[in-house]
Design a protein around this ligand. Structure first.
Ligand SMILES: C[S@@+](CC[C@H](N)C(=O)[O-])C[C@H]1O[C@@H](n2cnc3c(N)ncnc32)[C@H](O)[C@@H]1O
Length: 263
């Protein structure tokens, strides 16, 4: 499996700089993405939050820190450009951000330097290659807005692997999972300020057009990915020795968070 690790080296000014281990391997990973999502995200630079203001990101991070509920070490899988990770940083001793998108990690590195978060390392890897690159275990393993890009089978394998890298009292927390019961309503615009039948029909028509065009181009229909039923996720968590609570997302009507602790 191809993966890239971002090395951190002290530069002349003493600040940590990021170097790509091998440009040739990067070309390779771009030339042959392992799945459509890797291809989709390879040149993206932001996580697609509802608002991209620092004020909103700070509020989102506060909600997430509440559910993360402590710990000293944190792994943020699918950290993107570290829009949340940099807000987690003051609350943890050591953090690792993982993402399969080189462009996201470049943005993350810039942001980490700007915010002077010296306790974050970044790794370029996906849900399969991540595990061989971890040097220690974590109190919290989290992912925000990422699980929607994994199938149930991949989530199952992720939780199995994560449990090996999770400290005894640790938690796995998946944020902002698409709820299949609410997501279709959101797509119809029912949570929008001016919802209506005509608007809903128009949205269905647009969605249909995008779907056909995306299918013809062999590209994802939109950034949203798959929705996952919380009870099915709960069964997977239980199978791996975790109990799972699920709570409604505070800022996204059609998403929920899954909080898993060892039984
Ligand atoms: C919607 S963005 C969210 C980013 C970040 N968690 C945040 O909340 O700002 C999803 C991120 O997950 C990453 N991602 C999706 N699937 C992944 C996978 N299988 N392995 C690693 N990263 C993945 C994407 O590259 C992207 O940066």
């Amino acid at each position: 499996m191809i993966f890239l690790k971002f090395n951190f080296k002290k530069n002349n000014t003493g600040r940590r700089g990021m170097e790509v281990e091998s440009r040739e391997r990067m070309k390779k990973i771009h030339a042959k993405p392992i799945n459509i999502w890797e291809d989709f995200f390879k040149d993206k630079t932001h996580g697609g939050h509802r608002y991209s203001t620092e004020e909103f990101l700070a509020m989102e991070a506060r909600e997430k820190l509440f559910h993360l509920d402590g710990g000293k070490t944190l792994l943020d899988f699918g950290c993107g450009s570290a829009e949340l990770l940099t807000y987690y940083a003051p609350e943890y001793e050591k953090l690792v951000g993982v993402d399969f998108s080189p462009s996201m990690l470049r943005e993350a590195d810039k942001r980490i330097k700007e915010k002077q978060c010296n306790n974050i390392d970044l790794i370029l890897a996906n849900h399969e290659t991540i595990w061989d690159n971890l040097q220690f275990t974590f109190d919290r393993i989290t992912a925000a807005g990422v699980i929607q890009y994994l199938t149930f089978q991949e989530i199952d394998a992720f939780i199995a692997n994560a449990s090996k890298y999770l400290n005894t009292d640790g938690k796995i927390v998946f944020f902002d999972i698409l709820d299949p019961r609410l997501y279709p309503l959101w797509k119809l615009g029912l949570f929008a300020p001016k919802a209506g039948v005509l608007k809903a029909l128009y949205r269905i028509w647009c969605d249909f057009r995008y779907s056909v065009s995306a299918t013809l181009k062999n590209r994802p229909r939109n950034i949203y990915g798959f929705s996952h039923n919380p009870y099915k996720l709960q069964r997977i968590a239980n199978k791996h020795g975790f109990e799972m609570r699920y709570v409604q997302s505070m800022y996204y009507e059609y998403k929920y968070h899954a909080i898993m602790s060892r039984i």
